[in-house]
Design a binder for this molecule. Sequence first.
Ligand code: MG
Length: 332
Amino acid sequence: MKVVQLSHGGGGEETNTLIRDLFYKHFSNDILIKAEDAAVLEVNKKIAFTTDSFTVSPIFFNGGDIGKLAVAGTVNDLAMMGARPLYLSAAFMVEEGFSFGDLEQIVESMAKELVKSGARIVCGDTKVVPRGSVDKLFINTAGIGEIEKEGISTLNLKEEDVIIASRDIGRHGATVLMARENLDVSADLQSDCETLWPAVEALIGGNIAIHAMRDATRGGLSAVLNEWAQSSRVCLEIEEDGVAICDEVRGICEMFGFEAMDFANEGSFVLAVAPADADAAIEILRRFDFCENASIIGRVTQKYPAKVVLRSNYGSSRFLDLPKGELLPRIC
Ligand code: MG
């Protein structure tokens, strides 16, 4: 088996071969192959800039891998600010002895994911570290996008806004947990890992009055809703039955004592929109297969400022708190 060796990160001939035969081959674009010390970028509008490191374990999981996650994760953070993802950097920290075939599969998966938003990897870095210094592979991506719609902000929720969830929740966290525990619950359970820009672009194109938008990654839906309630000093009243959770995720939560609303997602987002635009937003979202069960989950009120209230079908209600305690490490 061909493996990555320390010499691949040494900056010499082997490094050049790795860059040419792997990264240029799959990420090829006119900016990257110039191979200057820094990429020179053209932008016309205000930009959004973000970075994220990916350490997920296992690196391959049902519905994705660390490469898909590293592209979708950064692209989605740009999209959530109303920015069209344009340029990404990619830095690979590889453990000596890592399978070259696996690395190529991950790079291919990144290239495939980039096509969905049109973003390009324009600069990168590779470090190979001795066995045991990292666990297999870590990837950092940073991204720049041009703001297509201004004013989307966690500070911008307004009374009467409608809260929409783009799909059922909890899939990524549940999938990674299952893979780590070596439990084969169901082939139907796969991570929601997905590039969200096409749906966001359609919402912007449809002139939806988006007040806030956030992908429900670490900390899940609970974290997003609580952060919004606190930042905008509003109350979010959520209908528990409005929040879609698939049977597999429900089952895993019961088995392990987790809350689906605390589980990480990697292709699910929450929006706060003006009430008049809620139906149009749902209609647009449902055109995309990764948002086909988009639904209204609640409303913004002033009942308990900075709090999230969860109302059950039976008329009872309780506060939904931020996730506490030991959350699953290395989920993304
Ligand atoms: Mg985010």
